[in-house]
Design a protein around this ligand. Sequence first.
Ligand SMILES: [Zn+2]
Length: 291
Amino acid sequence: MIVPHHGKNVRSFRLPVRALQFSAAALGVLAVLTIGTFVSYRYALNVASTERAELEQLRQVNVNQHTQIEELAKATAVLQDDMNRLNKLDADIRKMVNSDELPASRSGITRPAAGHSGQGGPTAKPEVNDLVNLVQELQATAKAREQSLTALQAALVDRNARLAATPSVWPTSGDVTSRFGWRGSPWGWGNDWHPGIDIANDYGTPIMATADGEVSYSGWYSGYGKLIQIDHGNGIVTLYGHNSELLVNVGDRVKKGQVIAHMGSTGNSTGAHCHYEVRVNGTAVNPANFL
Ligand SMILES: [Zn+2]
């Protein structure tokens, strides 16, 4: 109700309580809606910006990964080249070692043979799967190379041992005064069979083992005088006779070139010399065949 000044008519309004209540409620709802919208707008803005940041991050990760894959592909290609060179080296060494000394190669390599290096074809971005396959192939190849090189090493160790145990050097220095085979007897009674070679030099000249082996005799032996005998395995034995002094004993392991005695003229001898003999499976053979 409105009461004006100066006694004019008093006007009265009637506002329904319900309408007031409704308006208040509507205002309330409006306020809530407005705040809600604002909040959700801000929230959406935040989410959008977070998503953008995440996307950017993902994009960066993607770029980085691509770069890494490219680098990995390059490194793998270098490894492949290295492996190809190793394969060729392996094959070259195998050619130098007799095939009967080696087990067969189990490499299973399907790389291009040496001398053929033609390449080409379309290029493509490296795929992770391709790289994984390549690495697996390289691993298998490396394993095969290792086996092959181990076999080569064993064959070469074997060969070296065989070479070391094969008489291949002169037992001493001097003049060959008597060769292997029939000769006029040094004592003037017809011919006799000489089972070795005689090398004459000064009394006391060093006598050396002509191969690795084990001393199987060291002492006086009939016409040989002071004798050294060395067993080299594989049925090969060497003898060094007429020495003045013996330096090794039965059972000693000796190396090729090791001094085993000093030259003398013991036993049936006309002067200082070394009677050098090589026996294969008990039969004297020409030592010159080993020199
Ligand atoms: Zn002799």
